[in-house]
Design a protein around this ligand. Structure first.
Ligand SMILES: Cc1cc2nc3c(=O)[nH]c(=O)nc-3n(C[C@H](O)[C@H](O)[C@H](O)COP(=O)(O)OP(=O)(O)OC[C@H]3O[C@@H](n4cnc5c(N)ncnc54)[C@H](O)[C@@H]3O)c2cc1C
Ligand SMILES: *[C@@H]1O[C@H](CO)[C@@H](O)[C@H](O)[C@H]1NC(C)=O
Ligand SMILES: *[C@@H]1O[C@H](CO)[C@@H](O)[C@H](O)[C@H]1NC(C)=O
Ligand SMILES: *[C@@H]1O[C@H](CO)[C@@H](O)[C@H](O)[C@H]1NC(C)=O
Length: 557
């Protein structure tokens, strides 16, 4: 039962956010097929890379943070960026808003050609992560919003806020667009304001209490842009990007010949699709940087012998450096919400509007026309290829934080297999309270005049919503009922983070504690999710750390 609800709920959201703007729905998929992006001239299939080679920086993971990081460092040093997946524009579904659903539903745990890798946490919630150049920014819902000011004081890094702004702007110039609101998003905006999520802040990329329109990485035509586009900024002569390059280990050596107490990263071992092993090594003064994401980076540390000593020994992995918190402090923000079948025709829409409350939750929305071509119907319909259509609209809440955390363990010593993760949703009572607050806000939006037009009149003449999946409890003042709704309908908004958090696994410069020449730059270092949605801040982080590294190199010259 619980599983069934998850599946229905996930499906609804997937279908909903597979949204296509009607203005672009007349475009067929091939319209989104890109010309070869200019960066492909320095992209190489790993099979064609040398079996041993030297670089100044080796970045593992061509994802949301890894691409801007590589592009930036290439202006000062020789960079190798290794990505286990392929190129985003080779997947037409991935390049368009319409294709969101198809990409996620086709997510596969093992197929290296599938740009989304599926996994299910021990909590029983299905989830996904990117396996393609651009990483999860190439498969996500495209909403773009900067971090909350608090994030910069709580995240453990000593941020240079001028450089933060400069780095956000660098990203935004290239890949962020202003969305155009239609029926559902406009109604949700008005409903949020009626529900007291004020003031109205219009279109802004900033995080501010109230209701706003955020940015999107889908352009006016509904074509996706991702962090891979930021490779356009790279210095071509100084960068190589290896695709279908699955990194298996970080290679370590004693930092000094005299003492064996400190280790240093000297390169990585990776495999191409034919199964051949390659060594990529860093020059002295160089670094290995992990940008493999909140699931990939802790996994690689463990496989390379950096982690809790007894745990590594239980897998027979030789311990290179005891780091007790690798894989710990892993978080995922629960998603809860409702889905309705509206009484009026609705366009498709991705997340465009967000309500930023001051009670621990963010409210977002999406709408879509979902085709139903189920076998019983096709018997009666002459052209089985023409499906029935059902419009659904959704309101969702994401809690800030969260405070509940879980952990990551290995599922295998083969890097291609998903690690085992557990998020422990709602273990901390504050998270439950935040979810109850967010769900009550959804209840208030449903009661607003702005949403009246989407109700059906029942046979008694009363008007009400038609829900798909669970509705909110009738008595929303009843905390226990609301808390039960939160636990019963929990799903993911895919903003999982942590596993190598600042202060436990990495220092404030994101260097791995006790290991030389090794950093981690991705969502695994955060113990709170930045702002309403994380991709803006992860792309900013890649640029930001890249600029810092360049500055430090200049200083040391
Ligand atoms: C379905 C979905 C919808 C989302 N919607 C939004 C949204 O609308 N707005 C928003 O802001 N955020 C959204 N997010 C969240 C956001 O996209 C992620 O938080 C962010 O992209 C994570 O960035 P990252 O750099 O930490 O990791 P990733 O972008 O996942 O990058 C990790 C990269 O490392 C590669 N890699 C991993 N292991 C290895 C290895 N061993 N060898 C080589 N390469 C490896 C992976 O293939 C991947 O490319 C969504 C996420 C998903 C999955
Ligand atoms: C960064 O940008 C924000 C929004 O534009 C602004 O409020 C803030 O003062 C800026 N910070 C710095 C240090 O320039
Ligand atoms: C990369 O190399 C593998 C192994 O030779 C091959 O099967 C695959 O088709 C290549 N992919 C691309 C996109 O060139
Ligand atoms: C929930 O909302 C109430 C009322 O706005 C507020 O007082 C409380 O602090 C909120 N809880 C959390 C955990 O933010």
């Amino acid at each position: 039962m619980r599983e069934t609800i998850f599946v229905i709920f996930m499906l609804c959201f997937f279908l909903i956010v597979s949204a296509a703007d009607p203005s672009s729905s007349s475009h067929s998929h091939h319209d989104h097929q890109q010309q070869e992006p200019t960066y492909t001239k320095f992209v190489v299939n790993a099979t064609d890379l040398p079996l041993e080679d030297y670089y100044d920086y080796i970045i593992v993971g061509g994802g949301t943070a890894g691409c801007p990081l590589a592009a930036t460092i290439s202006h000062s040093a020789r960079v190798l960026l290794l990505e286990r997946g392929g190129l985003p524009h080779r997947h037409p579904n991935l390049m368009s808003q319409e294709g969101f659903l198809a990409t996620i539903l086709a997510a596969n745990a093992h197929d290296p050609y599938s740009p989304a890798q599926s996994f299910t946490s021990d909590d029983g919630v299905p989830n996904a992560r990117g396996r393609v150049l651009g990483g999860s920014s190439a498969i996500n819902a495209g909403f773009y919003s900067r971090a909350d000011p608090d994030f910069f004081t709580r995240s453990g890094l000593q941020w240079d806020l001028n450089l933060v702004n400069e780095s956000y702007e660098w990203v935004e110039r290239e890949i962020v667009f202003r969305p155009h609101l239609r029926t559902w998003q406009s109604a949700v905006r008005d409903g949020l304001l009626e529900a007291g999520v004020a003031p109205y802040n219009g279109f802004t990329l900033e995080h501010a209490k109230g209701t706003k329109i955020g940015g999107s990485t889908f352009d006016e035509r509904g074509t996706r842009h991702s962090s891979a586009d930021l490779l356009r900024y790279a210095r071509t002569s100084n960068i190589k990007v290896g695709i279908y390059a699955s990194v298996e280990r970080v290679l370590l050596a004693s930092s000094s010949p005299k003492s064996s107490s400190r280790v240093s990263a000297i390169g990585v071992l990776y495999r191409d699709l034919t199964g051949r092993y390659h060594h990529a090594m860093v020059h002295k003064e160089g670094e290995v940087i992990l940008s493999a994401g909140a699931i990939g980076s802790p996994q690689l540390l463990l496989l390379s012998g950096m982690g809790p000593r007894p745990y590594l020994s239980s897998w027979g992995i030789p311990v290179a450096h005891h780091l007790p918190y690798v894989g710990h402090f892993l978080y995922d923000n629960p998603r809860n919400g409702i889905t309705i079948v509206p009484s009026v025709p609705l366009e498709h829409s991705l997340i465009q509007v967000v309500g930023i409350t001051d009670s621990g939750a963010y409210v977002e929305a999406a709408s879509n026309v979902i085709p139903f071509a189920s076998p019983p119907y096709s018997v009666f319909i002459r052209t089985p290829s023409s499906p029935l259509y059902l419009t659904v609209a959704t309101l969702i809440a994401k809690i800030s934080g969260p405070l509940s955390s879980g952990f990551l363990r290995l599922g295998s010593t083969d890097v291609r297999f998903n690690p085992v993760v557990r998020f422990n949703y709602f273990n901390n009572p504050v998270d439950v309270e935040r979810c109850v607050n967010g769900s009550r806000k959804i209840g208030a939006v449903l009661k607003s005049r702005a949403l009246n037009d989407f109700k059906f009149r029942n046979w008694l003449g009363a008007q009400d919503f038609r829900f798909v999946g669970p509705a909110l409890p009738p008595d929303q003042d009843d905390f226990l009922q609301m808390a039960d709704f939160c636990r019963r309908t929990v799903s993911t908004i895919w903003h999982y983070h942590g596993g190598c958090v600042v202060g436990r696994v990495v220092d404030p410069d994101l260097k791995v504690i006790g290991v030389d020449s090794l950093r981690i730059v991705d969502g695994s270092v955060f113990s709170v999710s930045p702002g309403t949605n994380p991709q803006a801040t992860l792309m900013m982080l890649g640029r930001y750390i890249g600029l810092k590294i360049i500055r430090d190199r200049e200083k040391n010259k």
